[in-house]
Each structure stands twice: as C-alpha cells, then as structure tokens.
Design a protein around this ligand. Structure first.
Ligand SMILES: C[S@@+](CC[C@H](N)C(=O)[O-])C[C@H]1O[C@@H](n2cnc3c(N)ncnc32)[C@H](O)[C@@H]1O
Length: 276
C-alpha cells in the first residue's frame, strides 16, 4: 500500500520542502528517469511520474530526517520495481552503494536490466521467499532467510511498505537481520501501520482508511485469506522488538494519515532507528 496522494502543502517540514524543491527542479531537467520504471505496471494505480515523485519525497525524508549521506552504503529490502532506487540514482555518489532485494523475480529482472545497466553500483538480488501476496511459489520461509550480506555492512537500511505486508515471525527475524547488517551507528527507516490508542479508536469508529478487522497476536490484518495484504502492528510490540535487537528508535515516531489522524507526514507511519 503506497503513500497517499501527493499533497505538497502539508507534506514537508521546512527542511524537507527546500530539499524537495531542489529535487523537483532537477527532475524537470533529468530526462529518462521514467524509463527506468516498468511501463507494464501501474503500481498501486500510480503511473511512472507519480512513482518518481513519491520516491523523491521519501528521499527527502531520508536526507532531512535520517541524515542519509551521499556516500552511504544502502540496503533496500523489498525494493519492488525500483521506486526508491531510481530516486537514489541521483543522490548517491560513486563512494556510495545500493543493494536492493525483493521476492518478485520479474521486478528484480527489470531493475537489473534497466537500472544496473545504467548505474552499475546499483545491484539487485532475488530472494525466493514465500509470501501469499507477492510470491506464492516461494521456497523459503521469510523467518528462515539469511540475507546474503556481511554483518556491519550497511549505513542505511530501508523497508518502505514492506513490514506492512509481513507477519510477526517474519518481522521479528528481519529486524534481527537488519540489526546484524547495519554498522554501529547506522540507520534503519521502516514504515508501518502502528496500532495505538488513537489509531485503534479510529479503526473501531470506522474513521480509518483501512479496517484491520482481523485480529492476530500483536497484529491486525485486512484479509483473513491473504493476511499479508496489509498488516498493522501493536506499537509497543514494535518498540520492544527494536530494543531487544539493539536498535534505538529516534523520537518522535512519524505518524501517517492512514488512520486519518492529523499529521504532516505520509500515508504510512514511519520509524527511524539507529544501531547502538
Ligand atoms: C508495496 S511494495 C513496496 C515496494 C518498495 N519498497 C517501494 O516502496 O516502492 C511491497 C514490496 O515488498 C516485497 N516483499 C514482501 N514480502 C517480502 C519479504 N518477506 N522480503 C522481502 N520483500 C518482500 C514485495 O515483493 C513488494 O515488492
């Protein structure tokens, strides 16, 4: 589930607005980025131009809120069709690096053919992990998957709209893998639907954009048949999970508009954390 429709007026903090203005300016003169995204896909009904714009918005958050540096080594877990990679092609310098990993073979093939060919420092990896929603023929359980990267390797790990499609056992394993792969002091940016008294009230009173009517242990989902369609987690559970894995959450947590709470941020909530 992608971020809500663009609303430039209230989307950014001051620094973010400035940064976005620069990106936007550069966008108009950087031809060819749209061609890096697949024409055959209307990802969550967004076309290529919208994907480029939302990718740039997230990059603005990485830079202004998380302090992402141009020479960073980045891991993008659940990179999909390269929405964030395309934004990063214009930010990371030759000292930086990017690895994207996903469980949809066609998406990885596309990114490798289009993005790696033009930007060799951008590498994409397929993980044959089972997901009822995204890779029903996958052979490995997410909770058993060992990421093919050394420990302490990455400065920055991104999971954008990925934990919102994963169940608790898998989430727990991924958080421990993120903690392993991040260098000390490194940063993780991850989006969620967080359940707390306010969002629960909005769900119960029908104000939330997503119903999350099916309850599991520490989570809720919108679909009994395909639980990974959209998963929300108890906020306290997520906070404890980070703490157990040596990840310190930067406050405040940024809440999104999905539950229709008043916020300046995106559709999903996002959590920024640093490895101790
Ligand atoms: C809504 S898309 C988001 C794609 C990308 N992160 C973005 O923001 O443009 C969710 C992505 O998560 C991937 N995904 C789902 N379960 C995963 C898992 N267990 N490990 C890695 N990726 C996963 C899907 O294949 C899909 O590409």
């Amino acid at each position: 589930m992608y971020f809500a429709k663009l609303n430039f007026r209230n989307r950014f903090s001051k620094g973010g607005t400035l940064y976005f203005a620069k990106l936007n300016f550069r966008n108009r003169f950087s031809k060819g980025r749209k061609e890096l995204l697949p024409p055959w896909i209307k990802w969550d009904s967004k076309d290529g131009q919208e994907l480029i714009e939302t990718g740039d918005q997230e990059l603005a958050y990485f830079v202004t809120i998380c302090g992402l540096q141009p020479n960073a080594r980045v891991l993008d877990i659940g990179c999909g069709i390269g929405r964030i990679a395309v934004a990063l092609t214009h930010y990371l310098t030759s000292e930086g690096g990017y690895d994207g990993i996903d469980i949809i073979p066609g998406a990885i093939k596309w990114c490798t053919r289009k993005i790696t060919r033009q930007y060799p420092r951008f590498c994409f990896h397929f993980a044959d992990i089972y997901s009822k929603a995204y890779n029903p023929k996958g052979r490995v359980k997410a909770s058993d998957y060992a990421f093919p990267f050394d420990k302490d390797l990455f400065d920055f790990v991104i999971l954008s709209s990925v934990f919102t499609h994963m169940l608790p056992e898998d989430l727990e394993h991924y958080i421990s893998e993120v903690a392993r792969m991040l260098r000390p002091g490194g940063t993780c940016f991850a989006t969620y639907f967080l359940l707390n008294p306010e969002t629960l009230e909005h769900i119960e009173t029908g104000k939330s954009t997503l119903g999350f009517q099916f309850k599991g242990d520490q989570y809720r989902t919108i679909s009994h048949e395909v639980p990974e369609s959209a998963v929300a987690y108890n906020e306290d559970y997520v906070i404890n999970l980070y703490a157990q894995n040596g990840l310190t959450i930067a406050t405040p947590i940024r809440y999104g508009t999905w539950s229709l709470r008043a916020t300046d941020y995106e559709y999903q909530d996002f959590v920024v954390a640093h490895k101790v």
